[in-house]
Design a protein around this ligand. Structure first.
Ligand code: ADP
Ligand code: ZN
Ligand code: ZN
Length: 676
């Protein structure tokens, strides 16, 4: 048998993970050492025995043999949680193509000193639904099934498809209760903590101090402290965004992903892991169950529920007060024909007026911030573009043009920079313009706006929601920030100003995103006793994403969308790898992209797997330049995931050989959430 060597990191929790040490594996231990093993190794000059973790095994030594030390032994009674986390890191490395160190940094609670305590964000005073002691029969059946499965040792993934307001949160709480009763812990992932105080508050009313919450505004030290509480068994439930998934519970029994379709579950930095897939793998390692919940499940998850991989659970009725809202579609082309040039259609205007008269509240949703989405010259057609990016500048109410990609800001010019004409005008509608229009139509109405510009300040989110909840405003206008999860019992009218905005994205997920947004936005109306209505304004009422959202028919949307994905070879039928090539020199970007494309094609040919896939590109990215960096793309679609993994490896080899020392760079993204 040949000699083997182990890459070992020493004492994960006490130092930043930045390097590994290679040790010889003694022959007597060859069969017992694998990735994730906890071992004792002589370390430093005194050769004091320290604990280390094996994160890689190879057959080639990196040092002269007589300078290398041997592993002393395997640690008995080591915390198995670290073994599990290292295995999870290994899976992340293999699945998403990162380095082991990147993967470890993602999953491991790396110690950071707890700095000065940051001031706590004031929780908004929102309406918090009362504790529900009697579940309804639909909920009851699901909770019982979960308990029965759990007690019998059955571990699986459940997909809870429940319309907004159907009481999914109560099902989560009862499922968590069931595992906590067995002495196990649970993790609840939510897309953006700042937006879901209501969920946190409800969990706290059941589990009190045994709930730990992390969010993006915590310092690294504070987050580490919460993770240590989990590790030491001081808490039973960890709630937080994506990274809460790595809470080091050694007795994990359940992972829940609320709003499982949300894009926030995909990491944007390396490793570009998806929290859903990673949660399912972690659950498998820990012998835990998973619950994925959504009113609009992702195509991926629903397809898996259809083929029996996941157990499908459905909640079809609103649980508490309130009925599903009545949805109507307004054809904006017709509106124009009738001479109405306002952003508000007649129908929406009338419904808002009636609501205001009854002292009820209104929410208006538009997926663009700013005043106008672009500014151009009426004489020569020149559009004002960002000097650093291939995008139009948005006009903001303060008279400034802003690039939403690099943050560039300039004053709106008084004359066209190309022809000198003074006829420059703004087009396209953003949140600020909607607010101005509401104020013009209803001068006595108090408005609040919630978008990235109004929520820069820490705690601003909560303040706006609290104020709206206290009825200090009659109309809340916002971007997708306002559509998720909030329960305002006095909101009876929800208006979607322009449903088509997300449809224009040249993206295979554009329809899915539109359907999600419309459904979630519609779910905001009529949460209380009063009847609610939703008005969807669109230029494309016949588009299936809009029509099925108005009918609130998820299943129909899913069938139509799946057929489209099948024809065009997109996920979830095919796997996809997106490759992004970047360089400050456009010619170099083109050249690298062409070589990447060639390397990938060769690799697929070598695997004799050309039939089951397609390579698209090279081409310009959707936004071909950001911050003076040129962007090119190659997309690979294939039925077999490992063909994509190999293609990536080949492309990386090619890059290392030819372009290592240039300013070019390449990023890989498996099953991306959108086109680049
Ligand atoms: P979802 O998460 O599915 O959108 P929630 O869990 O937020 O729905 O529940 C919506 C509302 O219904 C909440 O106010 C909740 O307190 C209430 N609710 C949930 N289950 C019941 C029940 N069994 N009986 C009465 N009210 C319920
Ligand atoms: Zn001009
Ligand atoms: Zn820019």
């Amino acid at each position: 048998m040949s000699q083997k060597y182990a890459d070992i990191i020493i004492d994960i929790s006490h130092e930043a993970i930045d390097r590994t040490f290679q040790y010889i594996i003694p022959e007597t231990l060859l069969d017992e050492i694998f990735i994730g093993s906890v071992v004792n190794v002589p370390f430093g000059r005194g050769n004091r025995l320290r604990q280390g973790y094996v994160i890689g095994i190879s057959e080639t030594p990196n040092w002269e043999l007589d300078k290398m030390k041997e592993i002393a032994g395997i640690t008995k009674g080591a915390l198995p949680i670290y073994t599990q986390m290292i295995q999870l890191a290994e899976w992340i490395r293999d699945t998403y193509g990162s380095t082991m160190i990147q993967a470890l940094k993602t999953v491991m609670p790396v110690k950071e000193t707890v700095g000065k305590r940051e001031p706590k964000i004031q929780a908004p005073q929102c309406e918090i639904p009362p504790v529900v002691e009697k579940l309804n029969p639909e909920q009851e059946r699901l909770v019982r099934e979960f308990q029965a499965d759990y007690m019998q040792g059955i571990r699986r993934t459940y997909l809870l498809h429940g319309i907004t307001g159907s009481g999914k949160t109560e099902v989560y709480i009862q499922a968590v209760r069931a595992v906590v009763k067995e002495g196990k812990a649970a993790i609840l992932l939510i897309p953006e903590i700042a937006l879901t105080y209501q969920t946190v508050a409800r969990f706290q009313s059941y589990f009190g101090e045994r709930v730990s919450v992390i969010h993006s505004k915590l310092s690294k030290g504070e987050k580490y402290r919460e993770f240590m509480r989990a590790q030491n068994g001081e808490t039973d439930v960890m709630i937080g965004p994506r990274s809460a998934l790595f809470a080091p519970f050694s007795n994990l029994g359940l992972i829940i992903l609320d709003e499982e379709h949300d894009n926030a579950y995909k990491s944007e930095t390396n490793p570009k892991y998806h929290a859903r897939e990673t949660a399912i793998y972690r659950a498998k390692l820990a012998n835990a169950s998973c619950i994925l919940g959504s009113a609009t499940p992702s195509m991926e998850s629903y397809a898996k529920a259809m083929d029996g991989t996941y157990r499908l659970w459905e909640l079809t009725e609103r649980a508490g007060e309130g009925n599903t809202a009545k949805v109507s579609i307004v054809d904006l082309r017709e509106e124009l024909r009738q001479g109405n040039r306002s952003i508000l259609s007649n129908e929406l205007y009338q419904k808002m007026q009636a609501a205001f008269e009854r002292n009820e509240q209104v929410m208006l949703f538009i997926n663009k911030r700013g005043y106008n989405s672009f500014v151009s010259c009426r004489k020569c057609g020149e559009a004002m573009k960002c000097p650093r990016c291939e995008v139009s500048l948005s006009l903001h109410g303060n008279g400034y043009l802003m690039c939403h990609y690099c943050g560039h800001i300039e004053r709106k010019p008084t004359a066209c920079p190309k022809c000198g004409s003074k006829l420059i005008g703004g087009y396209g509608t953003g949140t600020e313009k909607v607010e101005a229009e509401v104020k013009r139509c209803f001068p006595e109405i108090r408005t609040l706006r919630m978008d990235r510009d109004t929520t820069l300040r820490k705690g601003a989110h909560g303040d706006i929601l609290s104020a709206f909840s206290r009825r200090e405003a009659d109309c809340l206008i916002g971007t997708q920030m306002i559509v998720k999860g909030h329960d305002f019992s006095n909101v009876t009218v929800v208006g979607i100003i322009l449903a088509d905005l997300t449809l224009f994205d040249s993206d295979f997920k554009a329809s899915e995103r539109t359907f999600d947004l419309l459904t979630q936005a519609a779910g905001r109306a009529g949460r209380g006793e009063k009847k609610g209505c939703v008005v969807i304004q669109t230029y494309k009422p016949e588009h299936y994403a809009i029509a099925t959202a108005a009918e609130q028919d998820y299943k129909k949307f899913f069938e139509l969308e799946l057929a489209y994905r099948r024809i065009l070879k997109y996920p979830p039928i095919y796997h996809m790898l997106a490759v992004l090539v970047m360089s400050k020199e456009p010619e170099l970007a083109d050249e690298i992209a062409a070589c990447v494309c060639q390397a990938i094609k060769e690799s697929i040919r070598e695997a004799d797997a050309e039939r089951d896939g397609a390579v698209i590109g090279p081409g310009e990215a959707y936004i071909s330049k950001i911050n003076d960096v040129y962007r090119r793309v190659v997309y690979v679609k294939h039925l077999q995931y490992n063909v994509l993994q190999r293609a990536k490896e080949k492309s990386e080899q090619m890059f290392a050989e030819k372009y290592q020392d240039t300013d070019g760079s390449v990023q890989y993204d498996f099953n991306p959430m959108s086109m680049i």
